[in-house]
Design a binder for this molecule. Sequence first.
Ligand SMILES: [Zn+2]
Length: 633
Amino acid sequence: MSSRIPESTVEEIRVRTDIVDLISSYGIQVKRAGGGYVACCPFHHEKTPSFHISREKGFFHCFGCGVSGTVFTFVQKQEGLSFLDAVRKLARQCGVTIREKEDPEAGKRARLYALHEELAAFFRRCLLQTKEAAAARAYLESRDLTGDICDRFCIGYVPKGEAPLKRWAEKYKFTLEEMAEAGVLLPPRQGFTNWYSRFGGRLVFTIRDRAGRPVAFSGRILTDDKKAAKYVNSPETPIFKKSNVLFALDLAAGSITKATRREAIVCEGQIDVIRCHACGFTTAVASQGTAFTVEHVQQLKRCADSAVLVFDGDKAGQKAALRTGGEFLAAGIPVRVATLPPGEDPDSLLRGKGPAAFQDCLDGAKSIIAFLVETLRAGEADPSSIDAVTRVSRAVLDMLKTCTSAVMREALMEEAARLLHLPVAALHEDFAKMGRQTNARSAAREVATMEDGSMPSGDGPECQGDGISAGDHDAASPANNPPPRRELAFCEFLFDHEHDSSLLPLVETYAVDAVLTHPFTRLVVKAWREGCVDGNRLESLLDDLPPVERGWLNGILLSDDKSGLSELSAERILHDFLRQLWVEAVRRRQGALPADSTPETDMLRLNYSTCIRRLQRDAWGKASRLMSADLFS
Ligand SMILES: [Zn+2]
């Protein structure tokens, strides 16, 4: 992500920004406590402060809700910005000039942005001013979409034929190649001379990226032509990827960060979203004419802590809700599903029954698990029969497998147990037995097989959203137990001596995987070694870690820096850590010997004991010669 801003610049901005001042500048009361600072957490509701700030480390962590990070994370969360935008904002504040790395594509992208910006304004003018757009205006009138909201969403009309767009391009100095790259005008097919206007004669919705820049269009048909598609969308371009643009997120982000629970409303269609905003539900977004993907969830996660899905009440809507809900669970985001009255969508409900009825639906939204149970039970002839309960509980566990947050999974499991009238221990037992490999969509697939006896047809989800592998964060995995204390202390030492490359040869030679028992420790050691070479911050680990590991890392980051306290040199302390790690490793070997006494095992046992003593007592030069793989052969 930061590839276009040099790492050293990011580091300079980080060092120059005082995290305590930054947090105070958002009107948060920060108090001194112990060696650091505390405040009431701005990201969850609390009366006693559990939000800890370390000025020296430029780091915060909330022991209440687990949120943590650097100055950049704080600004990202407060303002719903991307990492890059947060870096740019803080750069301006602390007076650091960013020289973004040369990017040959940047000029081309800038042209495409300008083209979309100007075109969106042109389409808007066409809608308001041309005779040809009368049908479009009448349609909007009939849908009750008028005035300010059409401005806010930049709704426009594209005149028919190639001529108006060619004239426009000439006037605004864009080439036909650029019009083609944007997907607005397509070159003539072989044997023809006319260019084809993709959106000609259609009403268009302007699609903007997170920063509010127009990047694509979605055109709705205005005639009854059954052969033409109801909606056509811009193709993917260097500035538009369907899977990471959320419709209306530019407008909604500010409202979401201020909303209670920082909850986003997720709809299926653009009209639904526009209607929500028109009626004051300004936290609404939708995916861009495609299934919700992992990337969409990640986009939303920057400003939202939870989501409520408001999909159509029909079968297709239910399946979409379960599939989308699975993606949120996999990202550890609490997600609820609002059930609309049959036959209604958010647009029709808001127009027909008003905001209060819609608010009732939102208030009555159920957790994704309750929604799953309800949906599956509705499809069972006898929902209380043993085989029905088994089927439903299996689907529940399938879905919970994907959930990366242990706390959330636990709460949802209890809820499921209550709904199914099962002891939660029974669900736990089955959960532990389940295979490790599972899939975010298997629960949705279960619904499909039960309802129509077939697998869901290929509407694309299989090739999407596999970025988060559930198997990696399995509850049953030993990796979910924290590393042994000694290894954690070693990690702390490494953090205290980040970028101290004088220690690198020792760490490289002796802190080898054979003596590190925990994957987390190995990860930290590897990152530390890389950091010595390329200068990256160890904290950059934070962005990628699953919640459990991130918690361990936060514990390390918030521990006091002991490097200044000891009279021993860093090298001497490292020697001791390495001795201890090797002693533990030999002890484990010794402990693994067969219990019975044979001449061979007795010999080995004795050898190991001698070795432990020498590792502990010999001078480093001699002791370190023992530290090799031969020791275990
Ligand atoms: Zn908190």
